[in-house]
Ligand binder design. Structure first.
Ligand code: ATP
Length: 224
């Protein structure tokens, strides 16, 4: 279970963008989070993925409370998450070939020897040819780069996936292929998913449950 309780977070402690928000995703479940631009969905998603330390509140991952974010998070918790962002070009090192980009989390965790087999397997799943794996980000389309970013998010076989507007910049067929790759992985691994987006049709079709930002429990507002 991924439990976010009474999270307050932002970029200026005096004016947090997320205030006392709670959200729970059951083990193996998928939750779609909808909301207007700028309301704080990505910030909350980054808190959940241990990439952004909240000002207050608690995160509990599979029963273990989080005590540190980013480099302060224990490796076991950090690697429990695979994260895909909206803009692959901001999330990919422009110098790396796609094969190296996908394998990067394995290298960072001392598992370099697994890279070749893992990349070959994942490339098939996300629909990247061998030729594309040898190219650098500026030599591929946004959709092809996002396929590589999804493969990178799956390479450590995470228990949780956070997809923050993963398909926002993509055409319908690439979006469908990426959603299908996520769901195939979830079906075999039992991983849970938090998918953030604007597209209620897509999220309703994709996820077990969708919640709107304005409907999330806020203990302070209800007077607790
Ligand atoms: N690095 C940052 N520094 C300062 N403010 C930021 C930063 N990132 C986001 N913000 C601000 O925090 C607020 C919430 O942003 P966030 O990206 O979480 O919203 P969102 O709901 O995901 O929006 P969108 O749907 O447009 O992606 C916005 O007002 C945004 O301008």
């Amino acid at each position: 279970m991924l439990e976010l309780s009474r999270i307050t977070a932002g970029y200026d402690r005096r004016a947090p963008v997320v205030r006392e928000v709670s959200l729970t995703v059951g083990a193996g479940r998928s939750v779609g989070l909808l909301g207007p631009s700028g309301c704080g969905k990505s910030t909350l998603a980054r808190v959940a993925a241990l990439l952004h330390r909240p000002d207050s509140g608690t995160v509990v991952i599979d029963g273990v409370p989080v005590r540190g974010w980013r480099h302060r998070a224990p490796r076991e918790q950090r690697t429990a998450f695979g994260v895909v962002f909206q803009q692959p070009r901001l999330a990919a090192d422009p110098r790396m070939r796609l094969a190296d980009l996908i394998a990067e989390p394995l290298r960072a965790t001392g598992r370099r020897d697994e890279a070749a087999a893992a990349v070959a397997g994942l490339a098939g799943r996300v629909g990247l040819s061998r030729e594309l794996l040898g190219r650098r980000p500026h030599e591929v389309s946004d959709g092809q780069l996002q396929r590589a970013c999804l493969a990178r998010a799956l390479v450590l076989r995470p228990r949780w996936l956070i997809c923050d507007e993963m398909t926002a910049m993509l055409d319908a067929s690439t979006s469908a292929a990426l959603v299908a790759a996520v769901e195939t992985y979830r079906a075999e691994s039992g991983a849970g998913l938090l998918a953030v987006g604007h597209d209620s049709v897509l999220l309703n079709r994709w996820c077990d449950e969708t919640v709107h930002w304005d409907e999330l429990p806020r203990e302070s507002r209800s007077g607790v």
